[in-house]
Design a protein around this ligand. Structure first.
Ligand code: G3P
Length: 218
């Protein structure tokens, strides 16, 4: 399963990319609002795409197809790594098809049902982004949605990649991986939670203490 970082914060992106922990980046307008600082969005997307060797999702903000397509083309022209993100609306799926027909990869976002995911695949989406945590927030089972999409895509040999999004904790990541999501996008906090285990810390402490008693250099 590919791991993407869900952020527009350049220092977080540099840290995770330098550590070799991520395969790509996803952003959305809210993440831009909190993480772009003084930078122009286009400049920020280009910079992210230079740092990360993989897909970088950049979202349109128009709501009508022609303007979505126009924004999408401008975003895609910034860098080969850019994937255009469009919302799962009728206008968004029309834009998805038009962008796909010009060779631009599209991530269809704000997916909350498996039949929406089916329509996105038929519109030529490269990625579909089911929002797991936001479904959990309203008392539904977000992981179940990922499982349903997996089943449908496998049944019909659909190649659209399932990008599990809105993941709030390591268990969401584990469940996404077990179900066979193609990618998971995580906020930085969750990415570093994946690394941690108390027995790793205790074990390392003990190894180092025992080494000290040996009194030798390696
Ligand atoms: O990038 C989309 C998604 O991951 C947003 O997550 O936590 O705002 O529901 P969240």
């Amino acid at each position: 399963m590919k791991i993407f970082l869900d952020t527009a914060d350049l220092s977080e992106i540099r840290r995770a990319a330098d550590a070799g922990l991520i395969d790509g980046i996803t952003t959305n307008p809210s993440l831009l609002a909190s993480g772009a600082g003084d930078r122009e969005p286009a400049e920020l997307f280009r910079e992210i795409a230079e740092i990360v060797d993989g897909p970088v999702s950049a979202e349109v903000v128009a709501t009508e197809t022609p303007t979505m397509v126009e924004e999408g083309k401008r975003l895609a022209a910034l860098h080969d790594n850019i994937v255009v993100k469009v919302p799962l609306t009728e206008a968004g799926l029309r834009a998805c098809r038009q962008l796909r027909d010009t060779g631009i990869r599209v991530n269809v976002t704000l997916c909350f049902s498996a039949v929406q995911a089916l329509l996105a695949a038929k519109a030529g989406a490269t990625f579909i982004s089911p929002f797991v945590g936001r479904l959990d927030d309203v008392g539904q089972d977000g992981i179940e949605l990922v499982a349903e999409i997996r089943e449908i895509y496998d049944e019909y040999g659909i190649e659209t990649e399932i990008l599990a999004a809105s993941l709030r904790h390591p268990k969401h990541v584990l469940q996404s991986a077990l179900i066979g999501a193609d990618c998971a996008t995580l906020p930085p906090k969750v990415l570093y939670q994946l690394l941690k285990h108390p027995l790793t810390d205790v074990g390392l402490e003990r190894f180092l203490a025992d080494w000290e008693t040996l009194g030798r250099d390696l």
